[in-house]
Design a protein around this ligand. Structure first.
Ligand SMILES: Cc1cc2nc3c(=O)[nH]c(=O)nc-3n(C[C@H](O)[C@H](O)[C@H](O)COP(=O)(O)O)c2cc1C
Length: 288
């Protein structure tokens, strides 16, 4: 799958491969109203990764329903809509509007957003807030609900358990890690928003550790994400316990990455005599 925010709405680019062959496309984060996003600069390169503070620039849910979903409805590849809110009610409202819209396979709920009614703490940082968001979205939709968790917490297992109890169908681990960079000549932060989200190979060990810890504690599938660039990265995620993977930042370096990874996974399975990917899901857990 492609990770939210790194593949647009799936239709923008002249893709170097047939996107219909992907497992799924996760679209850009979608909010109730259109958003212009954060002040520039919004991205900065780091050692083995990048920082972004796009600030959820997007067309808003109504334009997504009228302009994007009808195109997706004609595709073979499932499209998952990533949603974000500033309040619990906003998450509910977006999910309600998307209910029954053709062309949407599932909702992925980004809870790495600040809760404006709780002093700006990320919804996903505490089990109780994560549970509340899951409950309202669950009530508002008949689509599968994937809760995308933030790594910016010390309670990842409790949060995974809370969203599972509240009715999530799957979780995605992980979103970006909070970070910043400083321009030493200007003596100021590089990003217009000061802080951004760190993604890329730098965060892969963090993502793997979180998936490894959560696996076995919940009875719903885990979608792994964070720093996947090669097929062997993806295979590490499966062996940690993920049932599927998303590719993010790597799309920005080489837009063929998701297809290269898919082909690399197939080649690995053939070489190792693996008939079904499920044979290796959680394989590294069994050896401990
Ligand atoms: C430019 C950019 C924009 C992103 N936008 C979103 C977003 O709108 N919603 C979301 O849930 N995650 C967003 N993410 C996070 C990615 O989907 C992914 O979780 C994260 O980057 C880690 O994966 P990676 O290391 O493969 O990039 C964004 C990441 C990048 C680099």
């Amino acid at each position: 799958m492609t990770a939210s925010g790194t593949f647009g709405y799936g239709m923008e680019y002249d893709h170097p491969f047939d996107i219909q062959k992907l497992g799924a496309i996760v679209c850009k984060g979608t909010t109730l109203l259109p958003r212009e996003g954060n002040p520039q600069p919004r991205i900065a390169e780091t050692a083995s990764g990048m920082l972004n503070s796009i600030g959820l620039q997007n067309i808003g849910v109504d334009a997504l329903i009228t302009d994007k979903a009808p195109v997706w409805a004609g595709w073979d590849v499932p499209v998952i809509v990533n949603i974000a809110g500033a309040t619990i009610d906003e998450y509910a409202e977006i999910a309600e509007r998307l209910e029954g819209v053709r062309g949407i396979a599932a909702l992925e709920v980004n809870i790495s957003c600040p809760n404006v009614k709780a002093g700006g703490a990320e919804f996903g940082a505490r089990p109780e807030m994560a549970r509340q968001v899951t409950e309202v979205v669950r009530k508002a939709t008949t689509l599968p609900v994937i809760m995308k968790l933030t790594p910016n917490t010390n309670a990842i297992v409790e949060i995974a358990e809370a969203v599972t109890d509240a009715g999530a169908d799957a979780i995605c681990l992980i979103n970006t890690l909070k970070g910043m960079a400083i321009d030493i000549a200007g003596r100021k932060p590089v990003l217009g928003n000061i802080f951004g989200g760190l993604s890329g190979p730098a965060i892969k060990p963090v993502a793997l550790a979180m998936i490894y810890e959560v696996t076995g504690k919940i009875n719903i599938p885990i979608i792994g994400c964070g720093g996947i660039v090669t097929a062997s990265d993806a295979i590490e995620f499966f062996m940690a316990g993920a049932s599927a993977v998303e590719v993010g930042m790597a799309n920005m370096i080489n837009p063929s990455t998701p297809m290269d990874i898919l082909e690399g996974i197939r080649a690995f399975m053939k070489k190792e005599g693996i008939g079904d990917i499920r044979e290796i899901i959680g394989a590294a857990q069994k050896s401990t």
